[in-house]
Design a protein around this ligand. Structure first.
Ligand SMILES: O=P(O)(O)OC[C@H]1O[C@H](OP(=O)(O)OP(=O)(O)O)[C@H](O)[C@@H]1O
Ligand SMILES: NC(=O)CC[C@H](N)C(=O)O
Ligand SMILES: [Mg+2]
Length: 506
């Protein structure tokens, strides 16, 4: 899903975005990058590479940075080539696609984004044929960067700088179809942010007072630092007070004097409804984050409670008789606590997670996902043997985790295995930032619930209903396209996107 963070106003902006990135690591594990701008030497400073944040940014690399505004990215790729299975890493191609990306004209612009542009391949052709702009990478961010720079190209005398900027972003909204949250730097001018008109991808704003020491070294003395991040956890950690989530379609600019400009009229004028991605609460976001004023932790507790209602009926009818509720670490743990409390069935962490293994779903090949699931969890057979186990996971996407864990719990001697999940069946591709653009990958795409149950090897499979999912998140207007096939943003280009992405998967 990618994590993005930007800071404006403190001489330690690059250190703050680095720390912010560490807190967003769960959103992307492929690559990381930071871009800063120093108002004193008028230069951009940047570094990016493949790997985890702490591997890419060794202390000696960070020591080379300076700048009062910075943006940063941790990548979970949804476009471009990927690591080839059984062959050396194609690092030249992969490195080319890492964010942030820059363009020199006009002004000097640097950008990062979380999301995916469905009509990226069409935009690439448009940019080449209509604008004579060749794209050097396979990342949809480069298309956004070129469209924005094209919109800012004309010098308009007498117009306020924010009006010129918002016009350019609105024209980008007209052209780019997809889900995207963007952060950017305009050399010597300021930091900008915008969210796609439906607000599919998250972005939250925070502010804090500068310390006296920061005030002493900072060239502009407006006394505040601002932070924008994919999740509130990084704002909290860095000592920022949450101001608000950016509105869907909002365009925000913090100029070099620290003044904030914002425009929120695009979505209203076009009658575009907000559609936050439900998968943030189900899987992507960290439990300590609050998105759109809804705590991820509380939503997950409610997933467990509401699922309990559905499971209770099966227990009462005698169809299932669970002895233990067992979470599949990491993400399902919170929901499993409330599931166990509501059902009054003991909660046991009898699948032990290897703390050195990362998230498996966001790895980019099936072989690496299989390997990670294999290494990630070990069962405590003595606690499982002879018992009826109610396993809980947050989601079943490709079925990699659930199939393997059911085998493992069987091998550990379980009697019956029920598998419950805090998300309805995922049957349709996502084109807005989660990397499953092909229905062939989805275990539930062309199977009934009974067929998925049989494929996974569970005695009983229980999905949370769509209504209960919405109720738990506490929002009516969500993007649930992967569940019900109702795509809020035009997916006319989806076939091209899917074909090109499949090419890159080979
Ligand atoms: O059906 P699948 O394709 O396997 O995808 C779903 C699984 O992947 C995720 O776990 P992951 O290991 O990525 O992260 P976690 O440690 O946060 O649970 C998610 O929590 C499910 O367990
Ligand atoms: N998951 C994401 O947000 C991906 C961002 C962008 N499409 C990339 O591949 O780098
Ligand atoms: Mg998991």
């Amino acid at each position: 899903m990618c994590g993005i963070v930007g800071v404006f106003g403190t001489p330690y902006s690059f250190q703050e975005v680095y720390q912010g990135l560490l807190l967003l690591q769960h959103r992307g594990q492929d690559a990381a990058g930071i871009l800063s701008f120093d108002f004193l030497d008028k230069n951009f400073h940047s570094h990016k590479d493949l790997g985890l944040v702490s591997d890419v940014f060794r202390p000696e690399i960070l020591a080379g940075f300076s700048g009062q505004m910075s943006i940063a990215h941790t990548r979970y790729a949804t476009v471009g080539p990927r690591e080839k299975e059984n062959s050396p890493l194609n690092s030249i191609d992969l490195k080319r696609d890492i964010q942030p990306m820059t363009i020199n004209y006009p002004h000097g612009i640097g950008m990062v984004h979380n999301g995916n542009i469905v009509n990226y391949y069409e935009l690439k052709t448009y940019l080449l044929e209509e604008k004579r702009r060749h794209l050097f990478t396979n990342n949809d961010l480069e298309a956004l960067l070129n469209i924005l720079s094209d919109g800012l190209r004309e010098k308009v005398e007498g117009k306020h700088h924010f009006d010129i900027f918002q016009d350019a972003v609105k024209s980008l909204f007209d052209k780019a179809k997809g889900g995207f949250s963007v952060l950017g730097l305009l050399a010597d001018k300021g930091l900008f942010a915008f969210r796609d008109p439906h607000g599919l991808r998250p972005l939250i704003l925070g502010e804090r007072k500068l310390t006296e020491e920061e005030m002493a070294v900072h060239p502009t003395h407006f006394g505040k630092s601002y932070c924008l991040s994919s999740e509130s956890n990084s704002l909290n950690f860095l000592g920022y007070d949450v101001v608000r989530d950016l509105a869907p379609g909002e365009i925000l600019f913090i100029d070099q004097t620290g003044e904030i400009f914002s425009s929120m009229d695009y979505s209203k004028k076009k009658n575009i409804a907000p559609k936050s991605c439900m998968f943030e609460w189900v899987y992507f976001a960290n439990p300590e984050s609050v998105l759109e004023e809804r705590s991820v932790y509380s939503a997950r507790l409610d997933f467990g409670k509401n699922l309990a209602g559905e499971i209770q009926a099966l227990i009462e009818s005698g169809e299932i008789k669970p002895d233990l509720v067992v979470p599949i670490p990491e993400t399902s743990r919170v929901a499993a606590i409330s599931l166990s409390e509501t059902l009054k069935i003991p909660y046991r962490e009898v699948l032990i997670k290897n703390r050195y293994i990362q998230r498996s779903f966001i790895l980019n090949t099936q072989a690496s996902r299989n390997r990670a699931v294999q290494l990630k969890l070990t069962a405590i057979a003595s606690e499982i043997k002879g018992k009826n186990i109610l396993l809980l996971d947050d989601s079943i996407v490709r079925g990699t985790t659930s199939k393997r864990i059911i085998e493992m719990v069987k091998e550990a001697g379980a009697n019956e295995i029920y598998f419950a999940t805090t998300c309805p069946p995922i049957r349709y591709p996502c084109y807005y930032g989660v990397d499953f653009p092909d229905p062939k990958e989805l275990v539930a795409a062309d199977r009934t619930v009974e067929e998925v149950q049989e494929y996974l090897g569970a005695t009983r499979l229980i999905y949370l209903s769509e209504t209960a999912t919405k109720k738990s998140i506490g929002k009516e207007s969500l993007c649930m396209a992967c569940i019900n096939g109702c795509y809020p943003v035009d997916i006319g280009s989806a076939k091209t996107f899917q074909d090109m992405r499949s090419l890159h998967r080979e």
